[in-house]
Design a protein around this ligand. Structure first.
Ligand SMILES: [Zn+2]
Length: 230
């Protein structure tokens, strides 16, 4: 998070609901939106689905580079320890807040839904996509327009499936508010223009405007989400 306006839709305010509570947090209905599966089907989907916390850090991420290049006396214990272990075993090494939902349904079909694509996105892909064998992303939810939530868009083309890369009709869906859309369009006009040139290493994205309203849920890769304005 950066100074200034509060973040309208921070991922940490999105939580998994209890199965019987359709209003709590993001409603991760473990079902294709059009069907009404049995409890067994819900349990099976829930068992095979998972959440990957790609990042739980602040906008500047941890370690804070200033603590390492301009160390205080005594040095900051958090940041000096952050380089003493590999990142995957070090809770003090944190990238920008971001969540990946691995939604498994219909005979092991996996859909990957990415929430927030911040400054450290490339590092998160190298660390966690490789570790969890995540091949690509199917849809993206942008919670707000700050640098720690959208600047990784420049690297999203890397996590598009080859279909998405080559087929204009098979774009990655991106859900965001109009406010965030305007901000992203101003910073990344080349993502918004429809005509891409041959060999363009630019993500093919299909933008969908959502309302910052708990009464306006939306469906992303088969899961229903409820926005929680903050
Ligand atoms: Zn520090």
């Amino acid at each position: 998070e950066q100074r200034g306006r509060p973040c309208p839709l921070e991922p940490q305010n999105l939580s998994l609901p209890r199965r019987d509570d359709k209003r709590a947090g993001v409603h991760l209905a473990m079902e294709p939106a059009a069907t009404d599966p049995t409890g067994d089907a819900l349990a099976a989907a829930a068992a095979a689905s998972s959440l990957v916390f790609l990042g739980t850090g602040c906008s500047g991420a941890l370690p804070d580079a200033r603590c390492l290049i301009q160390p205080s006396a005594p040095p900051c214990t958090v940041c000096s320890q952050a380089l003493s272990l590999p990142p995957d075993r070090n809770p003090n090494y944190r990238c920008n807040t971001s969540l990946l939902i691995d939604y498994c349904h219909d005979n092991d079909t996996h859909k990957y839904i990415l929430i927030a694509v911040g400054k450290t996105f490339r590092e998160q892909v190298l660390r966690w996509f490789v570790h969890h064998k995540v091949p690509s992303v199917d849809s993206i939810i942008l919670t707000h327009d700050h640098a720690d939530a959208v600047l990784g868009l420049v690297d999203v083309w890397v996590v598009q499936s080859s279909n998405h890369r080559n087929d204009v009709d098979d774009q990655v869906a991106v859900f965001l508010t109009q406010f965030t859309m305007d901000s992203v369009a101003a910073r990344f006009p080349y993502f918004v223009k429809r005509e891409l040139e041959e060999g363009d290493e630019t993500a093919r994205l299909d933008w969908t405007i959502i309302e910052s309203d708990v009464n306006k849920p939306f469906v992303s890769s088969g899961l229903e989400f409820v926005p929680l304005p903050v």
